[in-house]
Design a protein. Structure first.
Length: 231
């Protein structure tokens, strides 16, 4: 079942193409990694899908619904059933871990009893139960990553978008969190769209790697031999 489809999507900034004729279909439960150098259009693809910007041309579908087409957003970001983890994580520093997770549930009108159950469930999944009352500043970088992941998934989105979330971490923590992402994805079965410039991250996380260059898809791999990742 196709969860996300980009159909000939293009986007320019002040006349300079950022994404050009981008077409990609993503199936339920896939882990798609978009790989490429800085400025190749990776983050623009995520922002288009999330609804933060509009495509100049082409269409984007989520499930059976066209959410954006030819310069118009047809569904607002909050109507797209997507979770997102930003590079800077964007946790609210004045809120506890529990309150960070609860914010989206309150906005959706989820009853109090269900909110508490979901928060406990997600914190157990990411092994952060004992930090329920902690503030983000009291957590390590890896713990903050886990909270951001839990917050993005607590509304049970169709897909999770991750924009270079591990790029500021040391190698050992990066490796541990890659395994953590895989464990949580395998448990919940969500579709993952992960943006990075790191080839090792790509090889470990992806079921397909989409190589981008100059705003275009250069090639797509389903197997990741070292010779392909180095080229």
């Amino acid at each position: 079942m196709t969860v996300i489809a980009f159909q000939s999507v293009s986007k320019s900034y002040t006349g300079r193409p950022a994404v050009q004729d981008f077409s990609l279909s993503i199936e339920m439960g896939e882990r798609i990694v978009i790989l490429g150098p800085s400025g190749c259009g990776k983050t623009t693809v995520l922002r288009l899908l999330a609804g933060f910007i509009t495509p100049d041309s082409g269409a984007i579908r989520i499930g059976e619904v066209t959410v954006a087409q030819d310069g118009r957003n047809l569904r607002e970001p909050e109507e797209r059933d997507l979770g997102m983890v930003f590079q800077d994580l964007a946790l609210w520093p004045h809120l506890s871990v529990s309150s960070n997770l609860e914010f989206g549930l309150r906005a959706k009108g989820i009853p109090s009893r269900d909110r508490k159950h979901r928060i406990q469930e997600m914190l157990r999944l990411v092994e952060m139960e004992e930090y329920v009352n902690a503030k983000p500043a009291e957590l390590s970088g890896g713990q903050q990553q886990r909270v951001a992941l839990a917050r993005a998934l607590i509304l049970r989105p169709k897909a999770l978008l991750m924009d270079e979330p591990l790029s500021n971490l040391d190698e050992e923590l990066n490796r541990r969190l890659r395994k953590e992402i895989l464990r949580v994805q395998e448990t919940l079965g969500f579709t993952l769209l992960f943006v990075t410039h790191d080839r090792q991250e790509s090889a470990e996380l992806a079921t397909r790697i989409v190589f981008m260059r100059s705003g275009r898809i250069e090639r797509i791999l389903t197997e990741f031999p070292d010779t392909e990742l180095k080229s």
